[in-house]
Ligand binder design. Structure first.
Ligand code: ADP
Ligand code: MG
Length: 264
């Protein structure tokens, strides 16, 4: 199962990716969680203590590795380098194991669209492609709203793209742009998750923004989610019964839809 999670910054992508990683893990799956958002915070969302998280070096900052694999120095243009670096050993080599969940932090790459060929971009794109095309785990990729790094061949292997929205036009507009772009690169299945919902009015408003078959679930605005963030505690351990019911439903629906996709 290959799942990408996208949406506007701050909507709750990492929070939800972190929870889903624990859910799949607790359900007996091997999980590989990938932080592909330059604004990386999946480690903390998984519940990894900050002193440990801050010691994990994103791949985009591992200069020696980038040079060794691509044959060129990062952050420099005008060099010759390998466009297909060997990366198949890297997921195991570079991942950090947390309570049985493997985590890989990609880090930020220089912007410049998919045509930007600098060594660090090439390495990250190759690695993401390797993970989505060839790994056997349940892969959860926490992505920024810009999903260009996926590339066509990789996108086609994504089983489902989850898009997180919150009540408000801005995240809706971002979600619509993501759907359009992801369709163009070959994604075929989406799941919208409404997050930070404060009342029924917001819920009804949000519902109307997307066709019903795109909806995966809704999560209420909860102070305990922020508390977990503040206290740097794993949210999975602080959930109350209300939140647990919402996430249980979300997970069950996602699991069912993906298993169905796999059979067809
Ligand atoms: N349902 C929610 N209720 C309250 N706060 C939330 C909720 N979901 C996320 N948050 C908070 O919103 C902030 C952004 O969430 P985060 O998962 O980091 O977003 P993203 O990864 O999309 O940028 C965090 O402080 C998080 O604790
Ligand atoms: Mg995030």
């Amino acid at each position: 199962m290959k799942i990408a999670i996208s949406g506007k910054g701050g909507t709750g992508k990492s929070t939800i990716t972190g929870l889903l990683a624990h859910y799949f893990n607790n359900d007996g799956y091997k999980v590989l969680a990938v932080d592909a958002d330059p604004d990386a915070n999946l480690a903390s969302a998984l519940g990894i203590p900050s002193e440990v998280a801050s010691s994990l070096t994103p791949i985009s900052q591992q200069r020696r590795l980038i040079e060794e694999r691509t044959g060129a120095k990062p952050r420099q243009f005008g060099q010759m380098f390998k466009l297909n670096p060997v990366v198949d050993d890297l997921p195991d080599e570079l991942c950090f194991d947390y309570q049985g969940i493997k985590l890989i932090i990609m880090g930020g790459v220089r912007k410049g669209g998919s045509g930007c060929a600098c060594p660090e971009n090439v390495l990250l794109r190759s690695l993401l492609s390797e993970i989505i095309l060839h790994r056997q785990e349940v892969v959860l990729v926490d992505m920024e709203a810009g999903i260009e790094h996926l590339g066509r061949g990789t996108a086609q292997a994504v089983d489902k793209m989850l898009i997180v929205v919150e009540p408000g036009w801005r995240s809706i507009a971002t979600a619509q742009a993501i759907i359009k772009l992801s369709k163009e690169i070959g994604i075929r299945s989406w799941g919208i998750i409404g997050n930070k919902i404060q009342n029924n009015h917001q819920k009804e408003w949000l519902k109307q923004q997307f066709q019903s078959d795109l909806w995966l679930g809704m999560i209420s605005y909860r102070e305990l989610i922020q508390e977990a963030d503040l206290k740097q505690k794993p949210l999975i351990e602080l959930m109350d019964s209300v939140l647990k019911t919402e996430i249980d439903q979300l997970y069950q629906k996602l699991h069912k839809e993906i298993t169905k996709l796999e059979k067809t």
